[in-house]
Ligand binder design. Structure first.
Ligand SMILES: N[C@@H](CCC(=O)N[C@@H](CS)C(=O)NCC(=O)O)C(=O)O
Length: 218
């Protein structure tokens, strides 16, 4: 099986996580951000993640990829783990501030999808479309970091274990870790103790490295 991704993409991180968490081997391939040809050939549009099975079948919906791999692997299912609506609420609510910190830094990050000037330019234009002027946003770093600190402190008591936010792995982990992973390209974030332990443990367990780590995906 082959999973086509962009490294910055939170849906792709979700899809990658299920392979690591369920110990299912997959070849991960990062597409250039301006490569419309490959995804269009595979699924008819420029989108990631795409899972390509050995027989040529494809899946391009993150939820379907997660559920499909989870249900096929032997053992305890991540999708059957207990969920806490507070986690879903937190992820949705904190995403805006996290993305504002992420976007101006993402355009300069060493992501595989930005390996050519053309790909990087297209991505820069997309980020600007999404959040506005990236230089202005970078100038907002101090107030954004203050707001972020409040959000991280709100998350801290919701984390029940470093190995699973609700003690047992669940879809909440698949939603939460990619959001925290976005923050790992932002320097100077002060993580509360449990949040820090959680993101480090989840990077190992899911085999989806934080952006400031180098763990090879399997
Ligand atoms: N339907 C997809 C949507 C995934 C999605 O929005 N992917 C974004 C990247 S994060 C994408 O492919 N965007 C196309 C582009 O950026 O050109 C899913 O839920 O898995």
């Amino acid at each position: 099986m082959r999973l086509y991704i962009y490294d910055h993409c939170p849906f792709c991180a979700r899809a990658r996580m299920i392979f690591g968490l369920r110990d299912v081997p997959v070849e991960v391939q990062t597409l250039l951000f301006d490569d419309a040809e490959t995804p269009t050939r595979l699924v008819g549009e420029k989108t990631v993640p795409i899972l390509e099975f050995d027989d040529g079948d494809t899946l391009s919906d993150t939820q379907e990829i997660v559920r499909g791999i989870d249900s096929e692997a032997e053992g305890v299912k991540v999708m059957e783990g207990p969920q806490n609506p507070e986690i879903e609420r937190w992820v949705k609510a904190a995403n805006d501030i996290i993305f504002k910190l992420f976007a101006p830094r993402a355009v300069e990050a060493p992501f595989g999808e930005l390996a050519t000037p053309e790909a990087a330019a297209l991505f820069g234009a997309k980020m600007t479309d999404m959040v506005g002027d990236l230089d202005e946003l970078r100038e907002q770093t101090a107030p954004l970091m203050n707001e972020l600190e409040r959000w991280l402190n709100e998350l801290e008591p919701l984390i029940q274990s470093p190995e699973a936010v609700n003690q047992v792995l669940s879809l909440d982990d698949i939603a939460l870790y990619p959001t925290l992973r976005h923050l790992s390209i932002v320097e100077g974030v002060k993580y509360p103790e449990k949040v820090d332990a959680y993101r480090l443990a989840m990077a190992q367990l899911s085999r989806v490295p934080l952006h400031d780590q180098a763990i090879e995906p399997t």
